[in-house]
Write a protein that binds this ligand. Structure first.
Ligand code: CDV
Length: 310
């Protein structure tokens, strides 16, 4: 038995502050077309794929930031991408800033299937950064100012022949993210990221350590839940701020099977067999047989660490 799927990690190069949505969508369409030419079933774009990484900019008046958000999806700017994907019969994952009709802001991603139907929506749960201007940092990371924590949990969907889930950037550093989807039998986790190459609170940290942490999180999430993972960057220099690349596709053994080589728009392809998840799910990570939930209570009853008294 096999369930083959050709997937494309469509890494974005930098998007400058002044670059209009239409120009960005044209770039995404070029990558989707290229992936379709290579037989892709599914294209994974990045986090906040339509704009520059705007949480680096401080605005006293939050309403001034609404221009970075989408009120509808699809909308006039993104319709060409939805149309092309439908015409080429390719599904996709897309990250964007969402502004709801009742005025809530989320860092959101969606899965659209090959017929152009919106299958699922996810809103980023683990928001990094801070909510007020921080003069101590080399640069700002104001996700906590501009977004609410996601309110949809970590659902998965049966679509395109498999069980698919989503998360966004910082979520990958939290094992809970992958495990909650693992407990729903996830076979492919898609995630986009915008990760600065510099730690704003530890500027001497080497980029190699930061890219290692990226791979470590993606590979561990895949292995420990016997799932494929596709991590897709927005990379390169945005307005003087560098984001690392290394978009990659990871198999259920935790091995990287394809990785981007540039920091530009780049399509990384792999043919995967979703049935490769079955071995891990029925042996080492057969949760029903091996998990010991009687010892995991702290995971959901406690947030911060509580070391024993001195
Ligand atoms: N966009 C992000 O969530 N970025 C974080 C940075 C701030 C560390 C990340 O986890 O990559």
């Amino acid at each position: 038995m096999s369930r083959l799927l050709r997937i494309a990690a469509a890494q974005s190069g930098p998007i400058q502050k002044a670059e209009p949505r239409q120009a960005v969508v044209a770039r995404l369409c070029t990558m989707l077309g290229k992936a379709a030419d290579e037989g892709a079933d599914l294209v994974v774009f990045t986090e906040l794929a339509l704009t520059t990484f705007f949480p680096r900019y401080y605005e006293e008046d939050r309403d001034e930031m609404d221009l970075w958000f989408e009120r509808d999806m699809p909308n006039a700017a993104t319709e060409p991408l939805f149309r092309l994907a439908r015409e080429r019969s390719v599904g996709f994952y897309l990250g964007y800033g969402e502004l709801t009709p009742d005025g809530q802001h989320f860092n959101t991603s969606i899965i659209v299937d090959k017929s152009g139907t919106l299958v699922g929506k996810y809103r980023k749960v683990h928001l990094p950064g801070h909510d007020e201007f921080d003069p101590e940092r080399e640069f700002q990371h104001l996700e906590k100012r501009y977004f609410l924590p996601g309110d949809l949990g970590f659902p998965v969907w049966r679509t395109m022949g498999g069980v698919m889930g989503m998360c966004i950037c910082n979520d990958r550093r939290w094992p809970e993210t992958f495990r909650v989807m693992g407990l729903q039998g996830v076979e492919l986790v898609m995630l986009g990221y915008n990760t600065p190459s510099v730690n704003s609170q530890k500027p001497d940290e080497a980029i190699e350590k930061r890219t290692f942490h990226n791979r470590l999180a993606l590979q561990a999430g895949a292995y420990q839940n016997a799932t494929f993972v596709v991590g897709v960057a927005k990379a390169g220099d945005e307005d003087g701020f560098h984001l690392f690349g290394e978009s990659c596709i990871v198999n259920p053994d935790g091995e990287i099977i394809a990785m981007a080589e540039t920091e530009a728009d780049e399509v990384v392809m792999a043919e995967i067999d979703l049935d490769d998840c079955n071995f891990g799910k029925s042996t080492m990570f057969d949760f029903a047989r091996h998990r010991r939930i009687e010892h995991y209570g702290r995971i959901t009853s406690q947030t911060g660490a509580e070391p024993p008294a001195e």
